[in-house]
Design a protein around this ligand. Sequence first.
Ligand code: PMP
Length: 310
Amino acid sequence: MAERSNQRIAYFNGKYVPEGEVRVPFRDRSFQYGDGCFDMTRTFAGKPFRVKEHIDRFYRSLAYLGIDIGLTPGELTEITHEVVARNQHLLGPNDDWWVGQRVSRGIKSVGEGLDPWEDMGPSIIVDCMPLPFAARAKHYRDGIRVVVPSVRRTPPSSLSPRVKTHNYLNMIMGDLEARERDPEAWAVLLDEHGNLCEGIGSNIFVVKDGRISTPQGRYVLEGISRQTVIELARAEGFEVIERDIDLYDAYTADEVFLTSTSLCLCPVSKVNHATIGDGKVPGPVASRILRAYSAHVGVDIVKQYLDRLQ
Ligand code: PMP
């Protein structure tokens, strides 16, 4: 759908404009410092998923950063639906969107005597883009290989990982290292204490003897898909606990999987050198949750990916 990129409509500071007309000045604080935040939901069959949860998380990020965008959550929700509606005719069959809300604190004022904190007020963008089904389809067939890099996830005492800021450098450094070891691997960083934490866009779960564990919310971005999986797994009768998980837990797990808005749930086949379970994916627990997730959203999640395999 690359050829359609100029046809997509985005919301930019009060107006709906072609995406190519969204221009962020180089003195923008998000460009210069990563001073801003965002959130991302996706659609299922064209309908945005759990918008309220994403918008609520976004307003918690804004509150943490002390940014007032002058819009109520209700108004931003309406804008989000409007962007999806205005682009609906561009959605291919069996395609879906990522839908993002993005805010920068503002554009730095430049001039003698001006306080560097003075800015022109926040910039607000709401956009959508096609999900990368083809590029990620193989992960549902083979499982994701996870590599744990040496770089640790930013601790809550420095900058809360619960905030979805525009500064992803900590996790990008982890990805660079992981990709050097295995170009197709996804990095999952350890937290400051050496427990498994999260990756650049995903939360991690391990399954042992039917019991499902995921790292504590304090150390990660509490994913909306993470929450969805916790709810669905409990409804399926599984015990799910938030606790410290270390590499021993991962290497000896029956199953490991990642969750994210785009993936929903995708099985992991290896963590570093260790093959997870019998190496076949998805394992029985992941399969059951994926079935429940698909029923919950009305789209066969795995099929939507696997249909794109060449
Ligand atoms: N952790 C990080 C750092 C992320 O960027 C994301 C993606 N938003 C996630 C976890 C997964 O969150 P969600 O399920 O809401 O996409």
